[in-house]
Design a protein around this ligand. Structure first.
Ligand SMILES: Nc1ncnc2c1ncn2[C@@H]1O[C@H](COP(=O)(O)OP(=O)(O)O)[C@@H](O)[C@H]1O
Ligand SMILES: [Mg+2]
Length: 416
């Protein structure tokens, strides 16, 4: 491939660096069933949601036939295993019918720099060498329209609870606060719990306007309005607070938050969505389109069942994205019979990213003072776990500390 592949700290191709495709039409002419299947899979990816994709068989010669009589789309993809001279002849034939602005990508099996140069010389936009993955393919398409792939691009982390009251909002707010303070990255929290959200309370802010203005005035919504609606909590952290009035009912459309998120993505490195425990078209969509989905769970049965349902559903809806991360919260609550962290992990077939102990005093003080855990008690073990979570959720390596593993605070609690 002609581009670098981006690597995250975790070592897999970064979905982060790929900007979603604009509203373009794309037609492929494949020779192999493999490429056709890969393009179909790519077409289902969230980054391709706006693109219109059609897959044909028959390779470059079928393309020449097709475009003799019909207009060319924004992007043509040609798979070619024929010899070089034949490919060039087909490209020359195609050039006669190509509309201005149509971009051509050739897919082949020869990793050959002179072939690559000859193709570029004929105006081909990219040459992709098989085999490659779905994200590589989407990345190459996206690069056609976003030359500056290093430009800052917001990452969305959606946080939801497996049940109500499991601490999803606490985790969302402390995570955002830690990304802003410890990783020094500009972060915005969007309180999506319009009637009952607690971001304003937790950060001791009472802004007159916030997220409701942003989503209920779509024609006025632009980056200036978003900037005005943000309320600043610290140097790098702002919130879009919920109105928390119940005068009206909030029946939102599935795409109610799309425009807001698009604007924030263009301007802010990290966007944390504090999603209430509901399952609606819009809440499901927010968890699906986010770069990272984080499920906060308490260690008991109903929460376990719901975590499993959410994991299964979101894994299927986000096949090319990282699996949702699990945060076990409130571990070791006195007198509560609990599912152990090991059993919980076994049942959901996934290791929780972190486990946070139950601490009524600390969380209670934070809630009452409108402060974050680290502000109540900097150096608290729980504050360090939020730092770990901030590093994990942003793809950075976790700093090794003196304690042996992530679950040691929890073991300490269990031992009393
Ligand atoms: N680990 C914890 N230990 C003790 N109390 C907690 C813990 N995590 C959250 N809480 C408390 O639980 C309550 C519900 O938290 P919240 O974040 O609003 O839940 P959700 O958003 O899932 O409904 C809050 O009063 C919060 O202070
Ligand atoms: Mg909440």
């Amino acid at each position: 491939m002609s581009r670098e592949t981006f690597e995250t700290a975790a070592g897999h191709p970064s979905a982060v660096a790929i900007t979603p495709m604009p509203r373009v039409s794309l037609q492929a002419f494949c020779e192999s069933a493999e490429l056709a299947a890969l393009i179909h899979e790519a077409a289902d990816d969230r980054r391709m949601e706006k693109a219109h994709v059609k897959v044909n068989m028959g390779g470059a010669s079928a393309a020449v036939e097709a475009y003799r009589t019909s207009p060319t789309p924004n992007v043509i993809i040609l798979e070619n295993s024929a010899d070089r001279a034949e490919l060039m002849a087909q490209l020359d034939a195609l050039a006669e019918y190509c509309d201005a602005g149509t971009k051509v990508i050739v897919v082949g099996r020869h990793n050959d720099i002179s072939l690559y140069r000859e193709l570029m010389g004929r105006g081909v936009s990219d040459y992709l060498v098989q085999p490659f993955g779905v994200l590589d393919f989407i990345g190459a398409l996206s690069a056609l329209y976003n030359h500056d792939v290093t430009a800052p691009l917001g990452r969305v982390i959606a946080v939801a609870g497996s049940k109500g009251g499991v601490g999803a909002s606490c985790v969302a707010h402390n995570l955002a606060w830690s990304i802003a303070r410890d990783l020094d990255l500009a972060t915005v929290i969007v309180d999506v719990d319009l009637p009952f959200g607690t971001a304003g309370l937790d950060f001791n802010q009472d802004p007159p306007q916030g997220v409701a203005e942003a989503i209920f005035a779509p024609d006025r919504l632009d980056s200036n309005l978003v900037d005005r609606l943000l309320s600043k909590c610290s140097e790098k952290l702002s919130i879009l607070a919920a109105p928390t009035t119940i005068e009206r009912a909030y029946d939102m459309q599935e795409t109610a938050f799309d425009q807001l998120i698009e604007l924030l993505r263009a301007s802010t490195p990290y966007i944390i969505l504090d999603i209430p425990h509901v399952w609606t078209a819009w809440s499901r969509r927010l968890l699906t389109v986010a770069d990272e989905a984080l499920i906060v769970a308490s260690p008991e049965l109903a929460s376990l069942r719901n975590t499993k349902s959410l994991l299964d559903n979101l894994r299927a809806a986000r096949r090319n994205d990282p699996a949702p991360r699990i945060v076990l919260n409130g571990v070791g609550m006195p007198k509560r019979p609990e599912i152990t962290t090991t059993d919980f992990a076994k049942a959901i077939e996934a290791e929780p990213a972190v486990a946070l102990p139950f601490d009524a005093r600390l969380f209670g003080a934070a809630a009452n003072n409108g402060q974050m855990i680290a502000e109540v008690e900097d150096g608290a073990k729980i504050a360090a776990i939020f730092q770990d979570l901030a590093r994990i959720a942003t793809g950075r390596a976790v700093i090794k500390r003196a304690r042996k593993n992530l679950f040691e605070p929890l073991l300490a609690v269990l031992k009393g």
